[in-house]
Design a protein around this ligand. Structure first.
Ligand SMILES: Cc1cc2nc3c(=O)[nH]c(=O)nc-3n(C[C@H](O)[C@H](O)[C@H](O)COP(=O)(O)OP(=O)(O)OC[C@H]3O[C@@H](n4cnc5c(N)ncnc54)[C@H](O)[C@@H]3O)c2cc1C
Length: 409
């Protein structure tokens, strides 16, 4: 391994995985700078990891079966039909995922960061000044530190990405994600309306809502995690890219809230209307859906990981997986390269196409499931399968690409 100082900017999912990867590859000194001073574990949302990607990431030493999870197997597609309280199933697709509570997943990744890594909370990097043989970080308060390698794991508004030649910025995809978590005991009856292993999808013209169970914080109980995608009735009501971390209900413009309610009222079967209505307001928020993909994952002594490098629309089910894969590949590149230049070039060559592929897949799935929806009600099982095959074929795989593309059985 290359001796030297490595900075990781951002201490979330990508940042913790990167810190572990770099320490395992044998870096001399690793410092994580995380802007948030408070508890990241409280960012409570659900996310799902495909079973095959889980197996690769367990083998790579990033995930383990002890992190609380719920097994999901099937994704029924439901449309409103007045006689049926939970809607009519037009068909079901396989959905081999493990669902997680974001906070529990992050806590497990944080716990894996070895004690030799300095993890500084409340440390915001204000500027990154790249040089020929390293980069200077300017922190809030004026402190400056020089590193041999700087890893940008600082999310969709990355300061590290801003210091690269292209300084790529995220683009608004044209629609919003409304998210909420309803505790299991609040789920409307009767029990059995919705099986525990199902990622139910309520489909309507111009969008859909996916609902799956996630473990409660710390593994206690389960909650119904829902994400509802729809475009604002008036494009002028779009949220800013800067709101992508999520707006609480008090900050969502009234016109958007009214549109959201109207779509639920008009298109959702009664059972799913109740799921949304019963969700405590403070357990909901709204985000604009973004697309972002850098042309280069590595440049000089800067590398990008996770959402700092590429944000795929959530339909691809691959954001956390991609971040952990980035860290896995970075570790391999650092461990086997003879120079920083060689390591950055190898990482860039491996991950730039992988990022592009999942972002492209997210765009295609977004078009099919939100922006140009089919006549769901006219579908049956065969039509649903054919539509999904068309929507998802091409580069990228649902749930994330194989870690070593081409080597998957
Ligand atoms: C609606 C939705 C659903 C999703 N569903 C899934 C799913 O089913 N499966 C899946 O795998 N993924 C999913 N994801 C994506 C996934 O959550 C992210 O891709 C993943 O968490 C990787 O995040 P990250 O660590 O790169 O970035 P982030 O979590 O954004 O972390 C960036 C960190 O950097 C810090 N930071 C930022 N700027 C600075 C700075 N200047 N100095 C210091 N620190 C800084 C921030 O405080 C933050 O902690 C979903 C995302 C959304 C929005």
């Amino acid at each position: 391994m290359l001796a030297g100082r490595v900075a990781v900017v951002g201490g979330s999912i990508a940042g913790c995985a990167a810190a572990l990867a770099v320490a395992r590859a044998g870096a001399g000194e690793v410092v994580v700078f995380e802007r948030a001073a408070g508890r990241l574990a409280d960012r409570g949302v659900g996310l799902a990891v495909h079973e095959r990607r889980y197996a690769e990431l367990e083998a790579a030493g990033h995930l383990d079966p002890g992190i609380p999870w719920v097994r999901l197997t099937s994704r029924p597609w439901l449309v409103r039909e007045d006689a049926r309280r939970a809607g009519r199933r037009v068909g079901a697709l396989p959905f081999g995922f493990r669902s997680y509570d974001w906070g529990s997943l992050w806590s497990a990744l944080r716990a894996r960061v070895p004690s030799c890594v300095a993890y500084e909370r409340g440390s915001a990097v204000e500027r990154v000044l790249p040089g020929p043989d390293g980069a200077l970080l300017r922190l809030a308060g004026g402190r400056e530190e020089r590193f041999d390698l700087v890893i940008g794991a600082d999310g969709y508004r990355s300061a590290v990405r801003a210091a690269t030649r292209d300084a790529t910025v995220p683009g608004y995809a044209g629609y919003l994600a409304w998210r909420g978590i309803l505790p299991e005991e609040e789920l409307p009856g009767p029990a059995g309306a919705w099986a525990r292993d199902e990622a139910a999808t309520v489909a309507f013209p111009g969008g859909h809502m996916i609902v799956y169970r996630i473990p409660g914080p710390g593994g206690t109980g389960t909650g119904a995690n829902w994400v509802f995608y729809t475009a604002p009735a008036d494009p002028a009501h779009a949220l800013s890219v800067d709101d992508a971390a999520g707006l609480p209900p008090s900050r969502v413009p009234d016109a958007l809230t009214a549109h959201h309610r109207a779509v639920v009222e008009e298109h959702f079967p009664p059972y799913w209307q109740e799921v949304v209505r019963r969700t405590p307001k403070d357990a909901t928020y709204v985000q604009p859906v973004l697309d972002l993909c850098v042309p280069r994952y590595g440049e000089g002594r800067l590398v990008l990981l996770g959402d700092a490098a590429a944000v795929a629309r959530p339909h691809s089910g691959s954001g956390a997986v991609k971040a952990l894969q980035d860290a896995t590949v970075l570790e391999r590149c650092l461990a086997s390269a003879g120079s920083w230049k060689e390591a950055v070039a190898a990482y860039d060559a491996a991950r730039t196409p992988a990022g592009r592929a999942v972002v492209d897949l997210g765009r295609r799935l977004g078009r099919a499931q939100v922006q140009a929806t089919p006549d769901w009600a006219a579908m049956n099982q065969a039509a649903l399968e054919a539509w999904w095959k068309r929507a998802s074929e091409g580069e990228g795989s649902f749930g994330g690409q194989a870690l070593d593309v081409g080597r998957e059985p």
